[in-house]
Design a protein around this ligand. Structure first.
Ligand code: P6P
Length: 328
């Protein structure tokens, strides 16, 4: 198998890959590498629980709502616990922003990094065996190491991310991430308990024919969005919407396409969360040559005012997002 431009062949184990590129970073003292390993480890545990959910009654709702007011699924809670435990044990993160927790989790340690995470996105799909995912975003803290975490540490714009990515628990489980030097995907081999490089130097096609949006809200779409969707229909595009962001995003990343979650009457600012959904996928897509917009402006330049704030999302192939923006 020919080496990619990164010089490591398909099949390289994640750990070796991380080590190989640790030296790319002037301040790399191994913490970011360890952080990525912690996330990969938690992903293995969540993968195991997702895969047996139906058998050990892990699916379904716990009968409570999370801070989002959304019906919390058992696996949401488990995944949140697993990632928080792995990140706490790893010691590299000083604070965690989680979709499942209203407030910042300050780990009161000497960690350099802030993690924003959606431990299990799309969890309402668990009971029907549709792919679901974990989305994560990593920032360096701005305040002195060891001091209490500040709101400036937490509310950083997406352009400050040092790494971001997702795990997709699907027909196979894949970890896709970037540290600002391209995007690579690692498929998990459960019999070996290892992730192996399977998608190297991912580049999203400049153009695509897939558009992903829930058209049930189309009676309330803006004229510009209606115009864009008509453009898609008139230009031989096809609609694909799984209802699971990571699954829709990953397919569009590989094949080309655009995913749109606009403002709607139910979600005037869109349903998706800036810190641990939009920014993380925006970093990945930009590193893969794509684009992530609110419909009018670059997602990664938004300065967050509130850690659970939402934002409209147009993300995917550069030419498709640019076309949608041009109509807004
Ligand atoms: P709707 C899942 O709840 C999620 O956050 C994304 O994974 C998914 O793309 C979207 O919401 C689905 O929302 O309103 O179309 O059901």
């Amino acid at each position: 198998m020919e080496d990619s431009r990164i010089g490591l062949p398909i099949g390289t184990a994640l750990d070796r890959f991380i080590k190989r590129f640790q030296d790319d970073f002037p301040y790399a003292t191994g913490e970011l590498s360890q952080l990525l390993r912690d996330i990969a480890l938690a992903g293995k545990v969540v993968n195991r629980e997702v895969n047996k959910a139906g058998l050990v009654n892990l699916s379904g709702s716990i009968g409570a709502d999370n801070v989002q007011g959304e019906d919390q699924q058992k696996l949401d809670v488990l995944a949140n616990i697993r990632f928080i435990r792995a990140l706490t044990k790893g010691g590299e993160a000083c604070a965690i922003i989680s979709e499942e927790d209203e407030h910042v989790i300050d780990l009161h340690n000497k960690g350099k990094y802030i993690i924003a995470i959606d431990p299990l996105d799309g969890s309402s799909n668990i009971d029907v065996n549709v792919s679901i995912g974990t989305i994560f975003s990593i920032y360096r803290r701005l305040s002195p190491v060891g001091s209490p975490v500040t709101s400036e540490d937490v509310l950083q714009p997406g352009i400050n991310q040092v790494a971001a990515g997702y795990l997709l628990y699907g027909s196979s489980t894949i970890l896709v991430y970037t540290t600002g030097k391209g995007v690579n995907g690692f498929t998990y081999e459960p019999t070996l308990g290892e992730y192996f490089l399977s998608h190297q130097d991912l580049i999203i096609p400049e153009e695509g024919r897939i558009y992903s949006i829930n058209e049930a809200a189309s009676l309330n779409f803006s004229d510009a969005l209606i115009q864009y969707l008509n453009y898609c229909r008139e230009n031989n595009h096809t609609a694909r919407y799984i209802g699971s962001l990571v699954a829709d995003f990953h397919r569009n990343l590989l094949k080309g396409g655009i995913y749109i979650y606009p403002g709607t009457p139910t979600y005037p600012d869109g349903k998706l969360r800036l810190m641990y959904e939009c920014n993380a996928l925006a970093f990945v897509v930009e590193q893969a040559g794509g684009k992530a917009s609110t419909g009018n402006s670059r997602v990664m330049e938004i300065v967050p005012q509130e850690m659970h704030q939402r934002c409209p999302l147009f993300i995917g192939s550069k030419a498709m997002v640019a076309k949608a923006e041009s109509l807004h």
